[in-house]
Write a protein that binds this ligand. Structure first.
Ligand code: FAD
Length: 413
């Protein structure tokens, strides 16, 4: 059996290792697309912040790891899958055959479609190459205009502040991390960043970028012009799916997969940031672009590719964000669900906030700022769909009793 895995991020690497554990003799090829040793994108902010060097990014530290496991790690870009012939064509013209194929190609940043977005000095921060380019250019006092303050945008702020740049963050919507945090949480994060010297402007979308005299000019609506040495575009991502054109694999927000990570086209599976599966809490389909999800889906796909049976109960969306030292988190349906109820407590002076979302006698989502001690309990109660019984009323009266509720309900279960 020939297993071919496209992509050597957390999903692809976990899948290759799982396949090897499941079958000692099978042929496993792992294709890496950036000419790098397999690494974790989530460690890039630590590289920018000077907390690790490049070896700290590696998904596996032992240089011989893949060879020892009999995994053929190759570098190259896949450009076309032929589902009928069961082959994958690479950019250099080579063709790789497969019996089972895992597409774990992740996603890539989308760039704003504005004039000037291709000028030198415009960057993004998704790959190791991007981080190296930023490190080469950002110095104390470098004027950086960052467009976008989503999850990745907010983590990157830490590295940029560490580098001593003069940072202005532009936010398209009315609030930072709008896909993860409710308005009060976002307001706390914004105030925190501003208190640490970062300029944050919401409801702002540049119209164009031009080359000034030795710098860029970022043109805002109304004629205002921001001078910048670097323009950092962090406005969103899209899945790397083009290579599946014509295969019959269904693609919407990402590659549609079932509970076994199969795509419905014989022999083709998908996992990680490229795949769309159901949310365990709401049942809605979503791309859950976090590393734990990639690892989990890579493992499930590999077991099924190896002929074992493994099924996902659905994916659980949660994010834990560190913005310049302020920790915030979101779990499940943090915006609430129809017919649900919510309760919140806040202490703005201390940058603390907790909002719990209920449906019937279960917790379905939460937002928290400045609170880290309840993270395990929140995840357990929401992902586990734990019936709260009398603890619902107790939590509504005092949301900070989360740990007590978790222990009591877990012991009862
Ligand atoms: C700056 C940053 C910070 C993050 N922080 C966190 C965090 O704190 N917590 C968290 O859980 N998640 C975080 N994430 C998200 C996390 O990194 C992703 O969810 C995770 O990397 C997804 O893993 P993956 O294997 O699906 O895809 P990826 O890690 O994107 O790997 C995809 C692989 O496919 C390869 N590839 C792509 N196209 C091709 C092709 N055509 N041919 C061959 N190879 C190809 C790529 O080179 C890469 O090896 C962060 C991401 C970024 C960018």
């Amino acid at each position: 059996m020939r297993h071919l895995i496209l992509g050597a991020g957390p999903a692809g690497v976990t899948a290759a290792e799982t396949l090897r554990r499941a079958d000692r003799d099978t042929t496993i090829t792992l294709l890496e697309g950036e000419g790098e040793v397999p690494y974790a994108r989530m460690a890039l902010p630590y590289l920018l912040a000077g907390r690790i060097d490049e070896t700290g990014l590696r998904l596996r530290t032992d240089a011989d790891h893949f060879r020892r496991l009999g995994i053929d790690l190759r570098h190259g870009r896949a450009i076309k899958v032929d589902a009928a012939a069961r082959t994958v064509t690479l950019a250099d013209g080579a063709t790789l055959p497969y019996d089972r194929l895992l597409v774990a190609t992740g996603s890539r940043p989308t760039l704003q479609r504005i004039p000037g977005i291709d000028l030198p000095g415009v960057h993004t921060c998704w790959t190791l190459a991007d981080a190296r380019a930023l490190l080469a250019r950002a110095r104390p006092g470098t004027r950086v205009v960052q467009m976008g303050a989503g999850f990745v945008g907010c983590i990157i702020i830490q590295g940029l502040v560490h580098l001593g740049v003069d940072l202005t963050v532009l936010v398209r919507s009315g609030r930072m991390v709008s896909r993860m945090m409710d308005p009060p949480s976002s307001a706390l994060i914004r105030r925190w960043c501003q208190a640490q010297g970062v300029t944050v402007r919401v409801d702002t979308l540049p119209e164009r970028i031009t080359q000034g005299d030795g710098h860029l000019d970022v043109h805002l609506p109304g004629g205002e012009r921001l001078p910048a040495d670097l323009y950092l575009c962090l406005v969103g991502v899209k899945p790397n799916v083009e290579l599946l054109a014509g295969t019959g694999v269904r693609i919407e927000g990402g590659i549609q997969v079932d509970d076994t990570m199969a795509t419905g086209v014989d022999g083709i599976y998908a996992a990680g940031d490229v795949a769309e599966h159901v949310d365990v809490v709401t049942g809605a389909r979503l791309v859950n672009a976090i590393q734990p999800n990639a690892v989990d889906q890579g493992r499930i796909a590999a077991l099924n590719m190896a002929g074992r049976s493994a099924a996902s109960r659905g994916t659980f969306p949660f994010n834990i964000l560190d913005t310049l030292g302020l920790k915030s988190s979101s779990f499940g349906a943090w915006q609430g669900v129809e017919g649900g109820e919510a309760v919140e407590v806040t202490d703005p002076a201390r940058y603390r906030y907790l909002k719990l979302q209920f449906k019937d006698d279960r917790l379905v989502g939460a937002n928290a700022v400045g609170l880290t001690e309840h993270i395990g309990a929140l995840r357990g109660l929401i992902e586990g769909k734990v019936p709260l019984g009398p603890w619902k009323a107790r939590l509504q009266a005092n949301p900070s009793l989360l740990m007590e509720a978790w222990l009591a309900c877990k012991l009862k279960a």
